[in-house]
Design a protein around this ligand. Structure first.
Ligand code: PAN
Ligand code: ZN
Length: 171
């Protein structure tokens, strides 16, 4: 999706992120090495540089763990006031947002949808469709990623399949 100098690619296997799901045991052992998502990022300046921007494309595979849709780890930004844009390029899914008080909401992701994520709001993607969900993102180069808070407390709601309908369920 992204090409050129300064583009890095990273990927997460289901094994690396399985603990984010409500029922990690629902993943068949033979599926653990499967790639859950990839991120290509254009990082033209050093991470932490004030005033710069990063651009990334996230590609999230379709699938579920139990009744919970495949999703990204999710994070607050370390520099917590920094914002971000998410823009859906292809596929169907949701952008799940959670503020510091634990209020969660899901924003629809379908091609062309653009969402501004304000500072102090944790964000993650879920793929509710049957093809890859491809999302562009732009964030400040001094945002940083705080994964620890979500690893410790999780999101206060999960996006699950209820009779074929993606439903945000409080935990
Ligand atoms: C995105 C995310 C990307 C992967 O580029 O980093 O979608 O999600 P996780 O980082 O939560 O695994 C972004 O929000 N950058 O700030
Ligand atoms: Zn982010």
């Amino acid at each position: 999706m992204l090409q050129g100098a300064d583009v890095t690619t990273s990927q997460r296997t289901l094994k690396e992120i399985v603990s984010i799901y409500e029922r990690p045991e629902a993943v068949a052992p033979e599926d653990l090495e499967q790639i859950a998502y990839k991120v290509m990022a254009h990082l033209p300046v050093k991470e932490g540089t004030a005033g710069g921007l990063f651009f990334g494309t996230s590609i999230l595979m379709p699938g579920k763990v139990g009744d919970e849709y495949f999703m990204t780890k999710g994070h607050f930004h370390s520099n917590i006031d920094t914002a971000e844009y998410y823009w859906c390029i292809s596929g169907t899914g949701a952008l799940i947002l959670m503020d510091e008080e634990g209020n969660c909401q899901a924003k629809e992701m379908s091609p062309g949808a653009l969402h501004y994520i304000p500072g102090r709001v944790a964000h993650r993607l879920a793929n509710t469709g049957s093809c890859e969900l491809v999302v562009g993102a732009c964030w400040p180069s001094d945002a940083g990623h705080d994964y620890a808070t979500i690893e410790k407390n999780g999101f206060s709601a999960r996006l699950v399949d209820v009779d074929g309908v993606p439903t945000l369920k409080r935990v």
